[in-house]
Design a protein around this ligand. Structure first.
Ligand SMILES: [Fe+2]
Ligand SMILES: [Fe+2]
Length: 349
């Protein structure tokens, strides 16, 4: 495997070279001089402090070449939400937050991230659409954190690209690529978007309705920008107070979006109510069936399916038939005819 290492100081480059040299063929360079001239790379490791404007500018300068490499692992000096968001916005497909000096731990972590870096057969359009989508979602999270307006125009462009690539190459390629190359909340948002788009295509929705659906899907969990990563990424069951905090994300998303240009009331409604169930057992408003619009019902089914099949380090990936069975078993919560129509998306598309 060919791995290129970029770092913001020589000590980081030396440590990473020493860690990786046994398993991989390594090239490296300092971030300020980075050109990424090596060919046929399987992965790039970027070890940089993303609180530094100079580092961010240097990475942006080589963005095009960086984003042509399938696996892009960023190593941050500290576990900071803003740096993580920045890393994904710069094109990271995985982010580690540990001091490079902790050799044993880093070797384990990097090895884990590089194990599945072998070249895959995902169509390049799918990979590119996923990379642009992840960067877009990261930048939306950054806007939410900084209380800035969300750029809906860029999001629409990315959603259109995702729709075209899924219509062309199919949902399975999308799911495989996103699960292999992306992580955590970003992986989840990309999976929900792909599933919702494919569900919309299978239902024969108009272009306008599809656009409403992919915007809602890309933005539905934007409120999670306000939830600490330690809770979002916690393996296993949450404590009651942690669960209460997580359940604030639909309202937080609504608040983050409501002033942004082009954000429609139906988009706000979808973000606020994507965890409602027809039997009134959902949150935050315990809405009942007649108050939940079709767009939200489609989004909710896609959201649950994505959460079941997503890849997390601490749980095995649930096969699609088993995930569909779980959805079928949610009696009274989801619209039955929609769940039946979803079968084709869940199992065969
Ligand atoms: Fe959610
Ligand atoms: Fe979600």
């Amino acid at each position: 495997m060919r791995v290129h290492v970029i770092g913001d100081n020589l000590a980081k480059l030396a440590t990473l070279r020493a860690l990786l040299e046994r398993q991989c063929s390594i090239t490296s360079e300092l971030i300020g001089d980075a050109e990424i001239r090596a060919d046929a790379l399987d992965a790039v490791v970027v070890a940089a402090d993303l609180r530094s404007v100079d580092n961010i500018t240097a990475i942006k300068r080589i963005g095009n070449r960086l984003n042509r490499i399938a696996k892009r692992i960023f190593i941050l000096d500290q576990k900071l939400r803003l740096s993580e968001v920045q890393a994904y916005a710069l094109g990271a497909t995985a982010v580690l937050s540990n001091p490079v000096g902790r050799a044993g731990l880093m070797a384990k972590l990097i090895d884990k991230k590089l194990v599945d870096a072998s070249p895959d057969r995902t169509p390049p359009d799918i990979q590119e659409a996923a990379a642009i989508g992840a960067a877009c979602i990261a930048s939306m999270f950054s806007s939410a954190l900084h209380r800035k307006a969300v750029d809906l125009k860029t999001l629409k462009g990315s959603g259109r690209k995702i729709t075209d690539s899924i219509a062309e190459a199919g949902l399975s390629h999308w799911l495989a690529s996103v699960r292999q190359h992306h992580e955590g909340t970003y992986q989840h948002c990309l999976l929900v978007t792909g599933i919702a788009v494919d569900f919309g295509l299978s239902l024969g929705l108009s272009r306008t309705d599809l656009e409403r659906l992919y915007l809602a899907a890309m933005l539905h969990d934007i409120g999670k920008a306000k939830i600490p990563l330690a809770i979002l990424d916690k393996p296993g069951r949450l404590e009651p107070e942690e669960r209460t905090l997580v359940e604030t994300h639909p309202a937080a998303g609504y608040e983050a979006l409501k002033g942004s240009e082009g954000v429609t009331p139906e988009l706000l409604d979808a973000v606020l109510h994507h965890h409602e169930f027809l039997d009134g057992s959902g949150y935050p408003d315990a809405l009942c069936s007649e108050s939940i619009p079709d767009l939200v019902r489609i989004l909710t089914i896609s959201d649950i399916f994505a959460a079941l099949i997503e890849h997390r380090n601490y749980k095995p990936t649930m096969p699609r038939p088993q995930a569909y069975q779980t959805i079928q078993g949610m009696n009274g919560k989801l619209e039955k005819p929609l769940v039946m129509a979803f079968k084709e998306v869940a199992l065969t598309r």
